[in-house]
Design a protein around this ligand. Structure first.
Ligand SMILES: Cc1cc2nc3c(=O)[nH]c(=O)nc-3n(C[C@H](O)[C@H](O)[C@H](O)COP(=O)(O)OP(=O)(O)OC[C@H]3O[C@@H](n4cnc5c(N)ncnc54)[C@H](O)[C@@H]3O)c2cc1C
Length: 509
């Protein structure tokens, strides 16, 4: 594998990818296997040859590996690291020009209960509370075996990341949770870039081959046993690569126009926060092998999306104290309710959009706001009145809303909407800020069915031999509604499990 120094180079690749992926439905592999690629994307592909970003040179491709991992997001890279640490030779194929997937875009953090980080900060939490609140958020429809495994391994996942140099020791809270259990980087910055950089470093340190522009188009099997894939690298002729196991970590389908239309025609026309490669390829390939796809209609709409570019305004902004107001400057919802409820409240407004309102204190605690400001999404005023004027709101209504809110914070009693969390600080430190938002497609809860060993199940609920899956490609864990912060936890917890279980399977052959 061609090795290169990491650091600024990697960060710039991640940032370039982040920006390049901020397009709305521009690439869709449902188009008969062909991809419609935007001009930004084309430029990306021509300017980043596979080895240029430090990825493995296509000339180094072998005809077989122990384990093939499809997709270099958080779940795929985690699985690869575990498989390598178990003594095997995995390979990762990534269809985009850079590693990272939606994981690069994740912002608010990673949930985990009963962690050393929580204990050090005097927070008393329990896996049972995490289980119950996630089940309630998922409307009781979550796969409870997966959920039990998830909460019970969440603290270990934070420790495992730390052992690999990825430190998540700053806590915030997301909607539907009663405790600060959302772990993020020490300085409170967005989790995705930091996590992907750390995982890529670990992949490289272990010399795990990672091919980009490597589009897997089918999974091969022989007499019911999975034994390789067909992959097209750099647009060249497809090659069959053999393996003793395949781990599918291709992410969700939030950027697939065709699948959104098929499963939720009511959502056609919504912007998406997803990267362009999130087109449900893994689900389609697994269905062809007889695997089950479940909960496909359960698509999460995120309440706070900047509409022009489909940029998610992370939940940490509300988790650090922001409120939502309508175009009259009035609150209308418990901002920390679950995503489906907050989205429904915004959609019910005549203007179908709202403003996130926050102060300098929130800005300092949620570092991602600096990025939103650089993109030009943040409107500011020295006083609430000045901000209201810029937003064309009645001048005094915003300051009246903030006064009432600050009294609720002081009394820890929100009589208007029963908000009980993220009420640690008043909104009273100049400057004052607003970001205009509306709901957008964000996360696909549905996907392939697995058991707690990450084995993919067929329609009779039996494992397909040699086939594993983890991450957003999987359905069931989140039920009808995902709690913010639970997906990054899922990709590390089940990515680890997929790496360990596929390795154990290959060793036992
Ligand atoms: C804007 C945004 C913010 C978010 N913030 C948070 C957050 O703060 N906390 C949280 O818990 N969750 C968050 N999420 C959700 C979370 O980031 C994702 O669900 C999670 O990262 C998915 O990880 P993954 O590894 O399963 O998939 P991904 O990270 O999407 O990786 C899948 C990879 O597979 C590749 N791939 C797909 N098909 C093929 C193929 N045929 N061949 C080869 N490669 C293929 C894709 O290109 C991609 O790189 C956020 C999501 C978005 C979009």
């Amino acid at each position: 594998m061609k090795k290169r120094a990491l650091g600024l180079g990697t960060l710039s690749v991640i940032l370039t990818f982040f920006l390049a992926s901020c397009v709305i439905f521009e690439k869709d592999a449902d188009n008969g296997g062909k991809t419609e690629t935007s001009s930004t994307q084309k430029k990306e592909e021509t300017t980043s040859g596979a080895s240029e970003g430090g990825y493995t040179d296509p000339k180094e491709l072998k005809s077989s590996y122990d384990i093939i991992i499809i997709g270099a997001g958080g779940a795929g890279m985690t699985a690869a690291i575990e498989a390598k640490d178990a003594g095997l030779n995995p390979v990762i194929f990534e269809k985009m020009p850079v590693a990272g997937g939606n994981t690069s875009k994740s912002s608010s953090g990673m949930n985990a209960s009963n962690t050393k980080v929580q204990q050090a900060q005097g927070i008393t939490d329990s896996n049972d509370a995490f289980f119950e609140e996630t089940l309630k958020g998922g409307k009781g429809t979550n796969d409870q075996a997966l959920l039990r495994y998830f909460v019970d391994h969440s603290a270990d996942a934070i420790d495992w990341l730390a052992q690999n140099g990825i430190i998540m020791d700053n806590l915030t809270i997301t909607g539907g949770m009663s405790q600060k259990r959302t772990h993020r980087p020490s300085d409170g910055s967005a989790i995705g870039g930091y996590l992907v950089k750390g995982l890529v470093e670990n992949v490289r340190k272990r010399e795990i081959p990672l091919f980009v522009n490597a589009d897997v188009t089918s999974i091969k099997e022989n007499k019911g046993v999975v034994d390789g894939v067909s992959v097209t690298i750099q647009g060249e002729k497809a090659k069959t690569i053999k393996s003793k196991a395949v781990v599918v970590t291709t992410g969700g389908f939030g950027a697939s126009k065709a699948l959104i239309k098929k499963y939720r025609p009511d959502l056609v026309g919504y912007v998406t926060t997803n990267q362009v490669g999130s087109t449900g390829d893994g689900i389609k390939m697994i269905e062809k092998l007889g695997g089950q796809a479940i909960d496909m209609k359960e698509i999460q709409i995120h309440p706070t999306v900047q509409q022009e570019k489909g940029i998610l305004i992370g939940e940490a902004v509300r988790g650090e104290g922001a409120i939502l107001v309508n175009d009259k400057g009035e609150r209308f919802v418990n901002e920390l309710d679950t995503r489906d409820n907050v989205s429904a409240a915004i959609t019910a407004l005549p203007e179908k959009s709202a403003y996130l309102i926050f102060d300098q204190g929130v800005r300092e605690r949620a570092k991602a706001i600096d990025f939103y400001d650089e993109q030009g999404y943040v409107i500011s005023g020295d006083t609430p009145q000045e901000l209201a004027k810029k937003l064309n709101m009645p001048t005094d209504s915003l300051s009246a809303t903030l006064n009432t809110w600050n009294q609720s914070v002081a009394a820890h009693d929100d009589t208007a909407f029963n908000r009980t969390t993220a009420m640690d600080y008043p909104l009273s430190k100049s400057k004052y800020y607003a970001i205009k938002i509306a709901p957008g497609i964000h996360y696909t809860m549905g996907g392939v069915k697995i058991n707690t060993e990450t084995e993919v199940l067929n329609k009779k609920n039996q494992p397909i031999t040699g086939l594993y899956a983890a991450g957003e490609v999987v359905g069931g864990l989140h039920g009808a509604n995902r709690i913010g912060g639970n997906s990054v936890a899922e990709i590390i917890i089940f990515g680890r499990q997929a790496g360990q279980q596929s390795a154990a399977f290959v060793k036992g052959k």
